[in-house]
Design a protein. Structure first.
Length: 223
């Protein structure tokens, strides 16, 4: 199984190759330069592995939620590469990729959505993968969906920014937080591999970002 994975959902840009269980990955703080950097990063990774696109089994990308522009870039690049090489694609939720970065156990994944809101989901690691406990949602930290009592780990830029509010919301259920984590192409590749293996890839024409939110900024009167 050989998979190319991309993520441009945050200010970081990452690319990974999943090669029969081994992962080659690169990441850079891109700012607003994702569209400029992503294809050279893809070429670099393929060159290191000695592969061409046509030798891959599929392309995976971070489907969202996240930066609107970033999600469109990843989806568009994945579609273009997949069309050219006649490959299927898989979109992976960036919150699940964030949980994968957090390790095992019970993970509350939260990304800063700006406008005093977060993108939120909760997962529990099981033998077959991640079980979804709380669906991906947009909410304020104070109104984050509740989860069963237990030993939870919080991670993502949502916790980095709103740690106090989220800990207050969850009481003692959040036993620890991991700072500095973000969705990464290596986790997207790892999550996509079993889906490709089970025939879960789709036609690139059917790939779409998952925004969750329908606006990107507050109006003047809302501030």
């Amino acid at each position: 199984m050989k998979i190319l994975a991309l993520d441009t959902s945050t200010e970081y840009c990452s690319v990974a190759l999943f090669l029969n269980g081994e992962v080659i990955s690169h990441e850079i703080l891109a700012g607003q330069r994702h569209s400029e950097l992503i294809l050279p990063m893809v070429r670099q990774a393929l060159g290191e592995a000695g592969l061409t696109l046509t030798q891959l089994d599929g392309i995976a990308f971070g489907v969202g939620p996240g930066s609107f522009t970033g999600l469109r870039i990843a989806c568009g690049i994945a579609q273009g590469l997949a069309f050219g090489a006649d490959l299927p694609v898989v979109g992976i939720c960036t919150l699940e990729a964030l949980a994968q970065e957090g390790g095992g156990g019970r993970i509350i994944a939260a990304l800063d959505a700006r406008m005093s809101q977060i993108y939120h989901a909760a997962y529990e690691k099981e033998a077959h993968g991640w079980q979804l406990i709380a669906e991906p949602a947009l909410c304020s930290p104070e109104d984050a969906p509740l989860v069963p009592n237990g030993n939870w780990t919080g991670c993502g830029s949502g916790f980095d920014k709103y740690d106090q509010a989220l800990r207050a919301r969850y009481g003692g259920s959040v036993k620890r937080t991991i700072s500095g984590l973000r969705p990464h192409a290596r986790s997207i590749a790892q999550l996509a591999a079993p889906r490709f293996a089970m025939g879960g890839g789709i036609d690139p024409a059917d790939a779409m970002p998952c925004y969750i939110r329908n606006k990107v900024a507050l109006k003047e009167k809302e501030r």
